[in-house]
Design a protein around this ligand. Structure first.
Ligand code: ZN
Length: 199
Protein backbone atom coordinates (compact mmCIF):
# COMPACT_ATOMS: atom_id res chain seq x y z
CA UNK A 1 0.00 0.00 0.00
CA UNK A 2 1.32 3.45 -0.96
CA UNK A 3 0.57 6.91 0.44
CA UNK A 4 -1.31 7.61 -2.77
CA UNK A 5 -3.55 4.58 -2.14
CA UNK A 6 -4.15 5.54 1.48
CA UNK A 7 -5.17 9.10 0.62
CA UNK A 8 -8.69 8.51 -0.81
CA UNK A 9 -9.54 6.12 2.04
CA UNK A 10 -8.58 8.71 4.66
CA UNK A 11 -10.43 11.43 2.70
CA UNK A 12 -13.62 9.32 2.81
CA UNK A 13 -13.19 8.79 6.53
CA UNK A 14 -12.74 12.52 7.18
CA UNK A 15 -15.88 13.28 5.17
CA UNK A 16 -17.86 10.61 6.99
CA UNK A 17 -16.72 12.15 10.29
CA UNK A 18 -18.18 15.43 9.07
CA UNK A 19 -15.03 17.29 8.05
CA UNK A 20 -14.25 19.29 4.96
CA UNK A 21 -10.94 18.15 3.48
CA UNK A 22 -7.82 20.09 2.46
CA UNK A 23 -4.77 18.54 0.76
CA UNK A 24 -1.07 19.42 1.06
CA UNK A 25 -1.75 22.39 3.24
CA UNK A 26 0.93 24.54 4.85
CA UNK A 27 0.58 24.40 8.64
CA UNK A 28 3.93 23.90 10.34
CA UNK A 29 5.30 22.26 7.21
CA UNK A 30 3.21 20.81 4.41
CA UNK A 31 0.68 18.47 5.92
CA UNK A 32 -0.80 15.65 3.82
CA UNK A 33 -4.45 16.03 4.81
CA UNK A 34 -6.44 18.34 7.04
CA UNK A 35 -10.06 18.08 8.11
CA UNK A 36 -11.90 21.24 9.10
CA UNK A 37 -15.31 22.21 10.43
CA UNK A 38 -16.95 25.61 10.15
CA UNK A 39 -19.82 26.98 12.19
CA UNK A 40 -23.04 27.52 10.29
CA UNK A 41 -22.88 30.52 7.95
CA UNK A 42 -25.27 33.22 9.10
CA UNK A 43 -24.33 36.23 6.95
CA UNK A 44 -21.87 37.10 4.20
CA UNK A 45 -18.86 36.82 6.45
CA UNK A 46 -16.74 33.71 6.69
CA UNK A 47 -18.18 31.68 9.57
CA UNK A 48 -16.10 30.76 12.58
CA UNK A 49 -13.61 27.94 12.08
CA UNK A 50 -14.55 25.44 14.78
CA UNK A 51 -12.04 22.65 14.40
CA UNK A 52 -8.98 21.55 12.41
CA UNK A 53 -7.41 18.10 12.52
CA UNK A 54 -4.43 16.86 10.50
CA UNK A 55 -3.44 13.46 9.12
CA UNK A 56 0.09 12.58 8.00
CA UNK A 57 0.18 9.62 5.60
CA UNK A 58 3.19 7.37 6.11
CA UNK A 59 4.19 3.90 4.94
CA UNK A 60 6.84 3.48 7.63
CA UNK A 61 9.29 5.89 9.34
CA UNK A 62 7.35 6.01 12.60
CA UNK A 63 9.75 8.50 14.20
CA UNK A 64 9.46 10.91 11.27
CA UNK A 65 5.69 10.56 11.23
CA UNK A 66 5.39 11.31 14.94
CA UNK A 67 7.72 14.30 14.62
CA UNK A 68 5.59 15.79 11.85
CA UNK A 69 2.38 15.04 13.73
CA UNK A 70 3.72 16.74 16.88
CA UNK A 71 4.63 19.83 14.84
CA UNK A 72 1.08 19.89 13.50
CA UNK A 73 -0.34 19.51 16.98
CA UNK A 74 1.03 22.94 18.00
CA UNK A 75 -1.45 24.48 15.57
CA UNK A 76 -4.47 22.17 15.33
CA UNK A 77 -7.00 20.51 17.63
CA UNK A 78 -6.13 16.89 16.87
CA UNK A 79 -3.23 15.31 15.01
CA UNK A 80 -3.09 11.85 13.46
CA UNK A 81 -0.66 9.61 11.64
CA UNK A 82 -2.14 7.14 9.13
CA UNK A 83 -0.20 3.98 8.28
CA UNK A 84 -1.07 0.70 6.57
CA UNK A 85 -3.02 -1.45 9.03
CA UNK A 86 -0.66 -4.42 8.60
CA UNK A 87 2.19 -2.10 9.61
CA UNK A 88 0.26 -0.87 12.67
CA UNK A 89 -0.57 -4.32 14.02
CA UNK A 90 3.12 -5.26 13.94
CA UNK A 91 4.16 -2.10 15.74
CA UNK A 92 6.18 -2.62 18.92
CA UNK A 93 4.64 -1.48 22.23
CA UNK A 94 7.45 1.06 22.56
CA UNK A 95 6.42 2.66 19.26
CA UNK A 96 2.73 2.64 20.19
CA UNK A 97 3.64 4.32 23.47
CA UNK A 98 5.27 7.17 21.52
CA UNK A 99 1.87 7.96 20.04
CA UNK A 100 0.00 7.87 23.33
CA UNK A 101 2.75 9.78 25.17
CA UNK A 102 2.67 12.62 22.65
CA UNK A 103 -1.12 12.69 22.21
CA UNK A 104 -0.94 11.71 18.54
CA UNK A 105 -3.68 9.51 17.07
CA UNK A 106 -2.93 6.46 14.93
CA UNK A 107 -5.10 5.34 12.03
CA UNK A 108 -4.64 1.89 10.47
CA UNK A 109 -5.52 1.81 6.77
CA UNK A 110 -6.60 -1.15 4.65
CA UNK A 111 -9.83 -0.81 2.67
CA UNK A 112 -11.14 1.32 5.52
CA UNK A 113 -9.86 3.37 8.45
CA UNK A 114 -9.43 1.83 11.90
CA UNK A 115 -8.71 4.22 14.75
CA UNK A 116 -6.05 2.35 16.72
CA UNK A 117 -5.06 5.17 19.07
CA UNK A 118 -7.29 8.17 19.78
CA UNK A 119 -5.52 11.52 19.82
CA UNK A 120 -5.67 14.06 22.61
CA UNK A 121 -8.08 16.85 21.72
CA UNK A 122 -7.36 20.47 22.53
CA UNK A 123 -10.05 22.93 21.52
CA UNK A 124 -8.50 25.98 23.20
CA UNK A 125 -5.96 26.58 20.46
CA UNK A 126 -6.27 29.65 18.29
CA UNK A 127 -6.98 28.29 14.83
CA UNK A 128 -8.52 31.51 13.49
CA UNK A 129 -5.43 32.28 11.37
CA UNK A 130 -6.32 29.25 9.22
CA UNK A 131 -9.86 30.45 8.63
CA UNK A 132 -9.35 32.06 5.19
CA UNK A 133 -7.16 29.21 4.00
CA UNK A 134 -9.73 26.59 4.97
CA UNK A 135 -12.59 28.63 3.58
CA UNK A 136 -10.90 28.60 0.16
CA UNK A 137 -10.90 24.81 0.33
CA UNK A 138 -14.51 24.83 1.43
CA UNK A 139 -15.51 26.97 -1.56
CA UNK A 140 -13.47 25.39 -4.34
CA UNK A 141 -10.95 22.97 -2.95
CA UNK A 142 -11.52 19.83 -4.95
CA UNK A 143 -12.02 21.56 -8.27
CA UNK A 144 -8.87 23.55 -7.73
CA UNK A 145 -6.85 20.45 -6.98
CA UNK A 146 -8.11 18.69 -10.11
CA UNK A 147 -7.49 21.69 -12.33
CA UNK A 148 -4.01 22.13 -10.96
CA UNK A 149 -2.95 18.60 -11.86
CA UNK A 150 -0.44 18.71 -14.68
CA UNK A 151 0.48 15.98 -17.09
CA UNK A 152 3.99 14.54 -17.01
CA UNK A 153 5.81 13.38 -20.14
CA UNK A 154 9.05 11.37 -20.47
CA UNK A 155 12.15 13.58 -20.36
CA UNK A 156 14.25 12.79 -23.42
CA UNK A 157 17.43 10.87 -22.66
CA UNK A 158 16.86 10.81 -18.88
CA UNK A 159 16.22 7.77 -16.72
CA UNK A 160 15.09 7.23 -13.15
CA UNK A 161 17.99 7.38 -10.69
CA UNK A 162 16.18 5.75 -7.79
CA UNK A 163 17.57 2.50 -6.45
CA UNK A 164 15.39 -0.60 -6.56
CA UNK A 165 16.66 -3.87 -5.03
CA UNK A 166 20.18 -2.42 -5.08
CA UNK A 167 20.07 -1.50 -8.79
CA UNK A 168 19.23 1.77 -10.51
CA UNK A 169 15.56 1.77 -11.54
CA UNK A 170 16.36 2.92 -15.10
CA UNK A 171 12.75 3.54 -16.22
CA UNK A 172 12.19 6.63 -18.40
CA UNK A 173 12.24 9.74 -16.22
CA UNK A 174 9.19 12.00 -16.12
CA UNK A 175 10.15 14.31 -13.28
CA UNK A 176 13.29 16.24 -12.36
CA UNK A 177 13.71 17.44 -8.80
CA UNK A 178 15.35 20.79 -8.27
CA UNK A 179 18.03 21.51 -5.70
CA UNK A 180 21.80 21.40 -5.78
CA UNK A 181 21.97 18.53 -8.25
CA UNK A 182 19.49 17.08 -10.69
CA UNK A 183 17.71 13.93 -9.74
CA UNK A 184 15.36 12.17 -12.13
CA UNK A 185 12.37 10.02 -11.25
CA UNK A 186 10.14 7.69 -13.22
CA UNK A 187 6.38 7.71 -12.68
CA UNK A 188 6.55 4.97 -10.02
CA UNK A 189 9.46 6.32 -8.03
CA UNK A 190 8.38 9.96 -7.74
CA UNK A 191 7.91 11.17 -4.16
CA UNK A 192 4.26 10.86 -3.05
CA UNK A 193 3.93 14.60 -2.68
CA UNK A 194 4.91 15.04 -6.33
CA UNK A 195 2.54 12.28 -7.44
CA UNK A 196 -0.30 14.12 -5.80
CA UNK A 197 0.31 17.15 -7.99
CA UNK A 198 0.63 15.41 -11.37
CA UNK A 199 -1.23 12.80 -13.31
ZN1 ZN B 1 12.03 4.56 -11.00
Amino acid sequence: MTEKQMRPIVVQWLKKEGYGVAHEILISGYCDLAGYRFAERKDKRIPELMEVITVELKINDIAGAIRQAINNLYFVNESYVAMPLNRCVKMRPKSLAQFTDSGIGLLGIDTKVTEIISPNSDFRKDISWMKKKMWRWERNGYQRLEQKKQKLYPIKGKFCGETKNGKPCGMPAVYRSGGNYDHYYCRDCMPEKVKAKYE
